[in-house]
Design a binder for this molecule. Structure first.
Ligand code: NAG
Ligand code: NAG
Ligand code: NAG
Ligand code: NAG
Length: 533
């Protein structure tokens, strides 16, 4: 009898095998762009299905901008410890995430995973050795730089312009004109349907949405879908809504496909933004972080509190709103732990959160380094309930609160249940009832406390907030809590001493796409630039 039980218990693990890990990373999605966070303006029923049947992550921190955030996700380290802390990587910049870093797909590959990247890379492309296929991914369709036009797949930056779309190392000219979210969805579905179930799957879908493309038409989405949002007055926000809807539909199709191929029951899905939303016209975009302060590439909560949900049947206490404090660097050790990898890696900033998230235990993470950028002159850390700001970006031009709130109108909870993702999850018996969904959503909505504001001028003096009580960063307590302020300044000083210099490089004109058939390429591999001849 004991043996039967033991064998059965063993089989549960052995027969199941390591979990599939699916990362869906949205680009520049704001806190308030997920319907589950309180906005009724742009329905995101598929994304909300993940939030409502898994963990709605309330205290999930990301880096304020793309390259640093993806570097942290891939390495399990703060950007200040890999030299990736200052700004983004440019297509003609001879730089990449240091090759000394072993990254998530490399660890997973060693555990027998098949590893696929669909979409954005943005961690270095001037030499082949920095590209996804040389850093642990078995396949890649997508782009190398920071953003592309959704239809023509070109990018304009630093006054240059070129095509940036690849199938592995080859230029994918054949996909020109196809809406890029559809390209990613088709590829993800193909990977899922062709996946050999005897091996675990690692699939990362790095969406282009909802980042802007090029200045000639920053936000692009199918016209008939844009027309569906005529009730939204701001024309940019209307296009944004259509772009976000395409992203949401993609999430639904991926979840549905995982279920159809019997992979969902043994999957862990992380849906997350890479950084806060580009609101109020920042980057020519129309995201919303309401009611949080600031935008992408600022260290206010609107820039670093990342909209995210973790979903898996392997989590014990779901669904719930998870208040555990997390940083995007935590996902590497967390996924390795979920895969029962039993390896210890030194020098990680990331913490294994699997047990805390699954069992609803206290997070081991008491502090978060939001960033220290000594070129911009901005730094922010959170320790316990306290958040410190020293300096700010853009000389303070984006240190405000932006809408829209989207709170008018009503929430269509039925759309969540009847979404593609909702129906797939229901097949596993994991969808909560309408009432439960509404309760969880209510608990996921951040409302600013009624506090008397105390102004903060971070260029003049450091600011201090009680972030647990004042998520909206309206009441600067630096003057009222001088001892706490000193303690955090000392802590910042201490952490600053551990940071490595940023590895940004001057742009290399050899990389100009005009020399390479109008294409961004791995120009650093060519000793004698062809254009010289
Ligand atoms: C626009 O909305 C209508 C009504 O909800 C729907 O039938 C139609 O499919 C939508 N159009 C697109 C392109 O999604
Ligand atoms: C994990 O690894 C350590 C040392 O590498 C070993 O002592 C331990 O038995 C392993 N645990 C499991 C559950 O495999
Ligand atoms: C705060 O910022 C200023 C200006 O960038 C810098 O000189 C100072 O060292 C910082 N203070 C601490 C404690 O980090
Ligand atoms: C960090 O240290 C550098 C010198 O190594 C200094 O220039 C900079 O101001 C410090 N920044 C902070 C935020 O302490």
């Amino acid at each position: 009898m004991l043996c039967v039980l033991l064998c059965f218990a063993l089989c549960l693990y052995e027969c199941r095998g390591a979990p599939n890990v699916v990362l869906i990373i949205a680009d520049d999605l704001g806190w308030n762009d997920v319907g589950f966070h309180g906005s009724n303006q742009i329905p995101t029923p598929n994304i909300d299905a993940l939030f409502s049947s898994g963990l709605s992550l309330q205290n999930h921190y990301v880096a304020p901008i793309c390259t640093p955030s993806r570097a942290a996700l891939m390495t399990g380290k703060y950007p200040i410890h890999t030299g990736m802390q200052h700004g983004v990587l440019y297509g003609i910049e001879p730089r990449g995430l240091p090759l000394s870093e072993k990254i998530l797909p490399q660890y997973l590959k060693e555990l027998g995973y098949k590893t696929h990247l669909v979409g954005k890379w943005h961690l270095g492309s001037y030499k082949r050795e920095y590209l996804p296929l040389n850093r642990g991914f078995d396949s890649h369709i997508g782009f190398w730089t920071g953003k592309i036009d959704m239809y023509d797949h070109t990018t304009q930056e630093n006054g240059l312009w070129g095509f940036d779309f690849r199938r592995g190392f080859s230029v994918a000219h054949d996909l020109f004109g196809k809406y890029v979210t559809d390209v990613y969805t088709d590829e993800a579905l193909k990977i899922i349907s062709e996946h050999d179930k005897s091996e675990p799957l690692f699939l990362m879908v790095g969406h282009s949405a909802v980042h802007t493309g090029n200045p000639y038409e920053p936000i692009r989405a199918p016209e008939d879908l844009v027309a569906n949002f005529s009730q939204i007055e701001d024309p940019q926000r209307r296009k944004f809504a259509a772009m976000l809807t395409k992203l949401d539909e993609s999430v639904g199709k991926v979840v549905e496909s995982l279920q159809r191929h019997s992979l969902l029951k043994n999957s862990i899905i992380l849906f997350s933004t890479d950084n806060g939303g580009a609101a109020g016209g920042f980057n020519l975009n129309a995201a919303s972080n309401y009611p949080l302060k600031g935008v992408k590439n600022t260290l206010w909560e609107g820039g670093v509190r990342g909209a995210a949900a973790l979903w898996s049947p392997l989590l014990s206490k779901v669904p719930r709103v998870a208040s555990q404090r997390l940083h995007i660097a935590d996902w590497l050790p967390t996924f390795l732990s979920a895969a029962e990898a039993n390896i210890s890696i030194s020098n990680l900033d990331g913490i294994d959160q699997w047990g805390a998230l699954s069992q609803d235990l206290k997070s081991q993470r008491t502090s978060v380094v939001h960033n220290i950028d000594n070129i911009f002159g901005s730094a922010s850390i959170t320790v316990d309930q306290w958040k410190l700001h020293n300096g700010t970006n853009y000389h303070g031009a984006w240190d405000f609160w932006y809408g829209p709130s989207g709170r008018e109108g009503s929430y269509d909870v039925n759309a969540v249940l009847s979404s593609a993702a909702g129906r797939a999850i229901a097949e596993l018996g994991m969808m909560p009832t309408e009432e439960e969904i509404l309760k969880l959503r209510e608990a996921s909505i951040i409302n600013c406390q009624e506090v008397e504001p105390i102004s903060c001028r971070p260029l003049e003096a450091p600011c201090l907030f009680n972030i647990e009580e004042d998520a909206c960063e309206r009441r600067n307590l630096a003057g009222l809590e001088p001892e706490v302020l000193q303690r955090l300044l000392q802590e910042l000083d201490k952490i600053n001493r551990t940071s490595v210099p940023p590895n940004n490089q001057p742009l290399d004109p050899r990389g100009d796409p005009k020399f390479w058939g109008r294409t961004y390429t791995n120009f650093g591999d060519y000793q004698r630039p062809e254009f010289v001849c």
